[in-house]
Ligand binder design. Structure first.
Ligand code: PLP
Length: 370
């Protein structure tokens, strides 16, 4: 019997038994073994990003949003101006948290089913010299859309501005190389494509920018510069680290490498996504995004228009069968989401789709068209 429940969500995700087993011992946070583990995790994260001596990895207690808020609050100078590129809820969240810390922020927006257009970013940067930094989401988990992060980064760099990348739902599965993509910070977390348990946020930051950021932060606990100085000084975390969570993250990073790193993991997710989309289409469902914009991370489906369909009923019946799906997060269309990430294998996807087919039939849904 495969692992159930299976989380077909954007995270936290289904984890491997080996990863959960790593939670099963205690660690002294000032002990050499724990300090060595912290160093090993930081190095593995840098390797995944193809980052060399120009970059450093800072680990932070908390969920992914803590890492985003910490990176922006520390690396965006007090008199900086951040332009956020928005085509979903996670772009909106970056606007909200930057406003909250009292920094200057503006935005450039697209509909939730359209990718960010690098040329529009280029034109806006040309017109407004006050913009110092740009922020973009790599995979917009709201819809599952893949933004052209390489093109965006190229334009931002050619205009001499700095880039923050929310790579939360992409890091470890979709290519993002510091050798090819110029950025000041990538933000991600332990519990998405690395398949750790929740509790650690991470930032891969440009050392020169971080070194110049002392005193920028609006918060002590979210001061990325201070956290970095602490880690560099003695290898220790400033405040109580999530010790067991880091041990699970360490185990998850080993499993990631064993699967073949970004290529291997991304390959499994692509196959999951392909089977999910194919299977759901065979049942008559329609995807929200065209295939050309779909990232192999999470898929948004239109809810069927048939009055016999009810999301709650589908959710509860699938949950009883061991499959946890996710409601939609779009501002307009009626949708629901199914994830392709975590310890989920193509055969699991086939079983989940078969379960959807059974439930739809039990509900008496004649057509799955939106
Ligand atoms: C998951 C996610 C986040 C962070 O969410 P948390 O709930 O704080 O972990 C941020 N951005 C994107 C694109 C995400 O998918």
């Amino acid at each position: 019997m495969r692992q159930r429940p299976l989380l077909l969500t954007p995270g936290p995700l289904t984890t491997a038994p080996e990863t959960r087993a790593a939670l099963g011992r205690d660690w002294g946070s000032r002990d050499k073994a724990f300090t060595a583990m912290t160093a090993r995790v930081r190095k593995s994260v840098l390797d995944i990003a193809h980052a060399g001596a120009d970059h450093t990895c800072i680990l932070l207690q908390g969920s992914g949003t803590f890492a985003v808020e910490s990176a922006i609050g520390t690396l965006l100078p007090r008199d900086g101006h951040l332009m956020v590129l928005v085509n979903g809820a996670y772009g909106q969240r970056m606007i909200r948290l930057t406003e909250r810390m009292g920094r200057r922020v503006s935005s450039l927006s697209w509909p939730e089913d359209q990718a960010i257009e690098a040329e529009k970013v280029n034109q806006t940067l040309a017109k407004d010299p006050s913009i110092t930094h740009v922020a973009a989401v790599y995979c917009e988990t709201t819809s599952g859309l893949l933004n052209p992060i390489g093109e965006i980064a190229e334009v931002v760099a050619s205009r001499g501005r700095r880039l923050f990348i929310d790579a939360m739902s992409a890091f470890g599965a979709l290519p993002l190389s510091a050798r090819e993509v110029p950025f000041d910070a990538i933000m991600a977390s332990s519990n998405k494509c690395i398949e750790g348990v929740p509790g650690v946020g991470l930032v891969v930051a440009r050392v020169s920018s971080l070194a110049a950021s002392e005193g920028n932060a609006h918060s002590v606990s979210l001061d990325l510069h201070d956290q970095w100085r602490g880690l560099e000084k003695n290898g220790q975390w400033r405040f109580t680290p999530p010790t067991q969570v880091l041990a699970a993250f360490d185990a998850a990073l080993s499993a990631h490498a064993q699967e073949g790193g970004v290529m291997g993991r991304g390959g499994r997710y692509r196959e999951n996504c392909r089977r999910l989309v194919m299977g759901m289409r065979a049942l008559g469902f329609h995807t929200f995004l065209p295939d050309s914009l779909q990232a192999p991370i999470i898929v948004t489906f239109h809810s069927p228009r048939d009055p016999a369909f009810a999301f709650e009923t589908l959710y509860d019946a699938l949950s009883a069968a061991g499959f946890i799906i996710y409601p939609g997060k779009l501002t307009e269309a009626e949708t629901f989401r199914m994830g392709c990430i975590g310890q989920v294998h193509p055969e699991d996807i086939d079983e989940a789709v078969a379960a959807v087919g059974r439930v739809i039939q039990e509900m008496g849904v004649a057509s799955c068209s939106p």
